[in-house]
Design a protein. Structure first.
Length: 648
């Protein structure tokens, strides 16, 4: 279990003296409310399994700061999964953890009858409780209603109406959170037996003057198509196909402009810095390596923009519902697809999302498949390789072929992930019990706020930039050293028949006789059947730190050849020895093998670490790394051979 904490606004601010727990069902506006109160960016979404960590943030009040903890969404306090157990452990004094000073419960006003069952259980915890009634605006829009004051009297606890995305409702709520010891409490706690709880719920709704909202006709008409087994699935694939067409067509002009700017900057640095090794470091490592990865920021931003829009509208919840049928055939359930879906951004949160699965077998099976989903870290690699393989102007009518290849890779990754989960679920069949029901609410279609979408895109881009600034920068510097050591003087270059004044020839000689070339040639027998030479081998090894480092490594090699136009230099690289000597390094068979290799290989140590934390041992990470490397090698070899046969 992980906890993310934000401290006070400044070092001189007092530490929070009160701790409150925020509890609610999935899709009740809980995490959005938490973000509004604390200013943090807890993940929100329209399906269960989104908040799988404990997020802590500080809420400023007139009586001093309050620590607010956003717990995973749950429908009840009868846990069937790890994330629901987290809620119970925090609220139950018998679990040994210090009890919070107060519990804030979010209740969705549009389904208030269902939400009251959770509140009845929370009241049994014995801590002060207050209620935040969310989606009251939607309740009114659909013809329903509730008297907030009457609901407060019926429950015996404070009730505040707050539209989760609106800031105007927050001041009153902050005042309430300042003093949990002053909250009112019910004279008699609600019953816990299911039949008695149902009667208590009906009584509360009657006393609160609650009117059920009417069905959202627009949502019902849309769901009749979107949730249809045939038409809904077809629309899902068309949506995903258009998704990847946009990534190439919209981002390409911006990417070209950024690439041109970095190329000019690299050439300027190389010419302006008089010290040779420093000029090589700045133009090759910093601009050629790190800049080569930053070129793909437009695609990263577009990817997360479209994911945020689809999730905010409510479409991804429908996709999870559609895929529940597919997962059932694999012996899994819809929660497994939610975890796999989360892996499109990054496998780490996808692996963490397996905590929502009640079965240990299903958790392991899903974790073994999640890294095969095409995460955002693969996007720069795919864009680079597809750009080398398929011309930008290659089209089939109005359809760009680069987007078709990208869609095929994402689709193959998703299918492979589900097949792997199925295979591992069959292996662990003996440890599995019967499938438990998967409850998932279909939220009404909503237009997400521009602010929430912009913040999601901004945070994702900042995460990418931080990764570039830390992992990729460090790896790039190390690679620059390996690619340039031992340093070669002018005398040695002349002895080797290389003109020291010829920058490209000098750089080529230094790289070909560097420590990196020794490492690459040492592992070359492993990758030679896939058509890789030592330069590709070094990039593959470097990508173990982060997949994007594959791009930065090739960027350094290309920038050393031609800082002003690294793309052309990369295209012009040739094989230097062996039976393919003199041929282009990146032929269609080699590019096909690389794409398939990166589709399957577990080239991410962060994912390995997440597997270790969630499985509790190194056994499953070792199995995952081993089976995925073997799968990547075999599939890459097959792709190379097939492509070689096709291209002659």
């Amino acid at each position: 279990m992980s906890t993310r904490t934000a401290g006070p606004a400044s070092a001189d601010a007092p530490a929070p003296s009160r701790r409150l727990a925020l509890v609610g069902s999935p899709n009740s506006g809980k995490s959005t409310l938490f973000n509004g109160l604390t200013g943090l960016r807890a993940k929100t979404g329209n399906h269960p399994g989104v908040t799988v960590s404990r997020y802590q943030g500080v809420v400023g009040t007139d009586r001093g700061p309050v620590l607010l903890e956003d717990l995973p969404g749950t429908y009840s306090l009868d846990p069937i999964s790890l994330d629901e157990q987290i809620v119970v452990d925090v609220l139950d004094p018998a679990a040994g953890a210090p009890r919070p000073d107060g519990i804030v419960v979010t209740l969705d006003a549009t389904v208030l009858g269902r939400s009251l069952g959770l509140l009845a259980q929370v009241l049994q915890a014995g801590a002060p409780v207050c209620v935040v009634l969310t989606f009251t605006d939607e309740l009114a829009r659909r013809g329903g209603g509730v008297e907030v004051a009457a609901l407060e009297r019926a429950l015996g606890v404070p009730v505040v109406s707050a539209v989760a995305g609106s800031r105007r409702d927050l001041p009153r709520l902050r005042e309430l959170l300042a003093a949990p010891s002053e909250w009112s409490a019910p004279v008699v706690l609600p019953p816990t037996a299911p039949e008695e709880t149902a009667r208590w719920t009906a009584s509360v709704l009657q006393r609160a003057g609650y009117r059920m909202p009417g069905f959202d006709r627009r949502t019902r008409r849309a769901d009749a198509v979107l949730l249809h087994p045939v038409w809904g699935t077809a629309i899902f694939f068309v949506t995903m196909f258009a998704f990847f067409q946009v990534i190439f067509t919209v981002a390409a002009p911006v990417q070209d402009a950024i690439e041109t700017a970095f190329g000019a900057l690299g050439a300027f640095a190389s010419a302006a810095i008089p010290i040779d090794w420093l000029a090589s470091f700045v133009s090759g490592a910093l601009i050629g390596g790190v800049g080569g990865v930053l070129v793909f920021l437009p695609q990263i931003a577009l990817l997360f923009l479209m994911i945020s829009l689809l999730e905010g509208v409510g479409y991804l919840a429908r996709a999870a519902f559609l895929m529940d049928r597919v997962m059932a055939r694999a012996g899994l359930e819809g929660r497994a697809f939610v975890a796999l879906l989360s892996s499109l951004a990054c496998a780490v949160p996808g692996i963490m999302a397996t905590r929502t699965l009640p079965s240990a077998r299903d958790r392991i099976a899903t974790m073994m498949g999640a890294p095969l989903m095409t995460c955002s870290a693969r996007l720069p690699v795919y864009v680079l390789l597809i750009g080398l393989l398929v011309p930008a102007d290659a089209r089939f009518g109005p359809i760009g072929l680069q987007g078709v290849v990208m869609f095929a890779l994402y689709l193959l990754g998703a299918v492979s992930a589900m097949v792997a989960a199925w295979a591992f679920s069959r292996i662990g069949r003996g440890r599995s019990g019967p499938l438990l029901p998967f409850y998932m609410e279909m939220p009404p279609f909503r237009i997400p706020s521009a602010r929430s979408v912009a913040l999601a895109v901004r945070d994702s881009c900042l995460t990418f930039l931080r990764k570039v600034g830390k992992i990729i920068l460090v790896t790039t510097v190390i690679l620059w050293v390996l690619l340039n050591v031992p340093f070669r003087g002018d005398a040695e270059l002349r002895a080797a028949g290389v003109d020291p004044g010829d920058q490209a020839a000098s750089a080529s000689y230094v790289i070909d006789h560097s420590l990196a070339s020794d490492v690459g040639r040492f592992v070359e027998p492993v990758f030679e059947p896939l058509g890789f030479d030592w330069r590709i081998d070094v990039a593959v090894l470097a990508s173990l730190s982060a997949r994007e480092t594959f791009v930065s490594t090739l960027g350094q090699v290309a920038a050393a050849k031609d800082p002003a136009d690294p793309s052309s230099a990369l295209t012009g690289l040739t094989v230097q020895d062996g039976p393919r000597a003199g041929e282009p390094l990146f032929t269609p068979p080699v590019l096909a093998a690389l794409l398939v290799f990166f589709l399957y290989a577990l080239q991410c140590m962060s994912t390995v670490g997440a597997l270790r934390r969630e499985s509790g041992s190194w056994r499953w990470p070792a199995i995952a790394f081993g089976y995925m490397f073997a799968l990547a090698w075999i599939a890459g070899f097959a792709a190379y051979r097939i492509a070689s046969a096709v291209t002659g």
